[in-house]
Design a protein around this ligand. Structure first.
Ligand code: PAF
Length: 283
């Protein structure tokens, strides 16, 4: 596995790969990799000749009071893991390489970035979309793989690719869960043992919503209220939001109708750790 740290070298290698007829698959990450990331790398491996994993903790997507400084990092472990699953290139730029100063350009997707996560993290998506477009221009992919775990991010990136005519196919890999249902996330490491136990309520509440819908409930506020009751039964849990939305517009659905593509999303804080989860459904 080749490790590349400069934009110029990465672009040159990507050009060479393309000229030799190889398809490029990219998995953008912020490192501290887990099984969820590994499953995305496997999808990239399956659909491309050369797999590039990008590892960059992007300061632009963290708010001023968020966890940029303490975001978990373990380069040696990430290097071993990526190599084991057949990554060809690990692109690991520094902050200075990606943002040398003087940048005046940002990429902003409107409307769907102002709700849900955007409501609580107002500058987050602009940071994500700006770095994602930079990574597209640096790694020159044919396909890029994102995770369903960050459902809103996946929707925003797909819209961006469509609106700006990027010739890139986006794959969304399913959420990978711990045996007790907690969605894998690099941030799970922040949880105390009590918070970790309480955090299983996220997936339990999703299962409850599924059960209610299977039993015929169609009123979103009733489903949200039942989920909310279950979550707040855990002392360490504080809900930021639970929403039931249309899976592409992210507009709230008051009543669920047959053939609706439904996304149930939630963000809950356990102590100082904020976790998100979601499920995509059709009825
Ligand atoms: O999902 C992530 O880890 C990040 O938001 C991404 C896509 C790598 C951009 O920094």
């Amino acid at each position: 596995m080749r490790i590349i740290t400069t934009i110029l070298e990465m672009q040159k290698v990507a050009d060479d790969l393309r000229q030799s007829g190889k398809s490029i698959g990219v998995v953008p990450t912020m490192g501290y990799l887990h099984e969820g990331h590994i499953s995305l790398i496997r999808i990239a491996r399956e659909h491309s000749d050369a797999v590039i994993v990008t590892l960059f903790v992007n300061p632009m997507q963290f708010g001023p009071t968020e966890d940029y400084k303490k975001y978990p990092r373990d380069f040696e472990r990430d290097k071993k893991l990526t190599e084991t699953v057949g990554t060809d290139i690990l692109f690991v730029p520094s902050k200075e390489e990606m943002y040398p100063g003087g940048n005046l350009t940002v990429v902003d997707v409107e409307k769907i970035t102002n709700v849900l996560e955007g409501n609580f993290r107002p500058t987050h998506f602009r940071g994500v979309t700006t770095v994602v477009v930079k990574l597209f221009n640096i790694t020159k992919p044919h396909i890029v793989v994102f995770g369903q775990k960050d459902a809103q991010q996946a929707i925003v990136v797909q819209k961006l690719v469509k609106d700006l005519d990027f010739d890139i196919k986006i794959f969304i890999g399913p959420t990978v869960r711990e045996p007790d249902g907690l969605a894998m996330s690099s941030r799970n490491v922040y949880l105390s043992s009590t918070e970790r136990k309480d955090s299983t309520v996220l997936y339990q509440s999703i299962r409850l919503a599924q059960q209610l819908i299977n039993d015929g409930e169609r009123n979103s506020s009733i489903i949200i209220s039942e989920m909310s009751k279950l979550i707040t039964s855990k002392p360490s849990a504080k809900i930021d939001y639970i929403s039931i939305t249309d899976a592409s517009s992210l507009e709230d659905l008051a009543v669920l109708r047959p053939n609706d593509s439904i996304l149930i999303l939630l963000a809950v804080r356990f102590g100082t750790t904020r976790l998100i989860d979601n499920i995509l459904l059709t009825i």
